[in-house]
Design a protein around this ligand. Structure first.
Ligand SMILES: NC(=O)C1=CN([C@@H]2O[C@H](COP(=O)(O)OP(=O)(O)OC[C@H]3O[C@@H](n4cnc5c(N)ncnc54)[C@H](O)[C@@H]3O)[C@@H](O)[C@H]2O)C=CC1
Ligand SMILES: O=C(O)[C@@H]1CCC=N1
Length: 271
């Protein structure tokens, strides 16, 4: 694939992770420019990755073939309107923002735009991201390939065929690290209440979560079967699982994921 000049507009946590992943995967740092409102983050990025930096969004985007829009959803309209005249039908725009739809982008650009919407998650910061991607009709094969390459630099990718499915990706992956953190927080708090010191409690929870996750990754069997293997009939695990299921865990999880999807739709309407 021909190597493109890539500009990141908004160089926060998520965009910073993608830039780091790109450079680590061997993408030439001299082809990457980060633009951010504040200079502090830019200095760190320039030092760590050797990329170009600027506080001038327009300058960054103007010199790029691919523009990654990495600002928060409520800032997006302002940023896009500033860059709208750069939409020449060839330059690719990639959004990582939740709840900002293709219709918003087209309204703010004032025209159809080659745009790929993505929904990453924070484990991208440690190279274990899971990103959903959706391509607008104005994009081509190369646009999809470069977006996929960008997000694979920080983890795995899954393409969806409709924009609505990106809201489902938010529920299953984008927001989902927080569900696991919440569960781990509750376990850590209980471990401390049981008398473990904070360091040990954290390690017990972290290593167990990581071990369970690795088993799902490495063993080609249903997750239900992995659970069954821990659960001796009449044993301790069975009692714990009974307690979770008695409290309606499946329903709680399903309701929580529906709430995330609902909020993504609302956010789109609020813009
Ligand atoms: N945090 C998460 O779990 C996820 C976040 N996202 C999306 O990623 C996007 C960025 O989120 P984070 O990286 O977490 O936020 P962040 O706050 O770390 O990054 C946003 C950056 O944009 C900069 N910025 C603000 N106004 C600007 C402007 N006018 N021009 C240039 N830069 C400007 C800020 O200084 C900041 O560095 C959001 O749209 C969010 O919806 C998507 C998936 C997951
Ligand atoms: O909570 C949010 O709105 C963003 C999108 C997915 C994860 N964080």
């Amino acid at each position: 694939m021909e190597q493109k000049r890539i500009a990141f507009i908004g160089a926060g946590n998520m965009a910073g992770a993608i830039m780091g992943g790109l450079v680590a995967s061997g993408y030439p740092a001299e082809l990457i420019t980060a633009s951010n409102r504040s200079e502090g983050k830019l200095e760190t990025l320039a030092e760590e990755y050797g990329i170009h930096t600027t506080t001038d969004n327009l300058k960054a985007a103007d010199s790029a073939d691919v523009v990654v829009l990495g600002v928060k959803p409520n800032i997006m309209e302002k940023v896009v309107k500033e860059l709208a005249h750069l939409n020449d039908g060839k330059r690719l725009f990639i959004s990582i923002a939740a709840g900002v739809t293709l219709a918003h982008f087209e309204a703010w650009f004032g025209a159809a735009v080659p745009l790929i919407r993505t929904m990453p998650n924070t484990p991208s910061l440690v190279g274990l991201g899971m990103t959903g991607l959706y391509a607008s009709d104005s994009t081509n094969k190369d646009d999809k390939a470069i977006s996929d390459m960008l997000m694979r630099a920080v983890g795995k990718t899954a393409w969806v065929k409709t924009e609505a499915e990106l809201d489902h990706i938010i529920a299953v992956a984008g927001s989902a690290p927080a569900y696991f953190f919440l569960f781990m927080e509750a376990m850590e708090a209980k471990a401390i209440a049981l008398g473990f010191d904070a360091v040990t409690a954290r390690e017990l929870v972290q290593q167990t979560a990581s071990g369970a996750s690795e088993m799902v990754r490495m063993r080609d069997m249903p997750i239900r079967e992995l659970r069954r293997q821990v659960t001796s009939p009449g044993g301790t695990t069975a009692k714990a699982i009974e307690s979770f299921q008695g409290a309606g865990l499946d329903r709680l999880v399903s309701d929580a994921m529906d709430a995330a999807i609902q909020r993504a739709r609302e956010m789109a309407k609020e813009l």
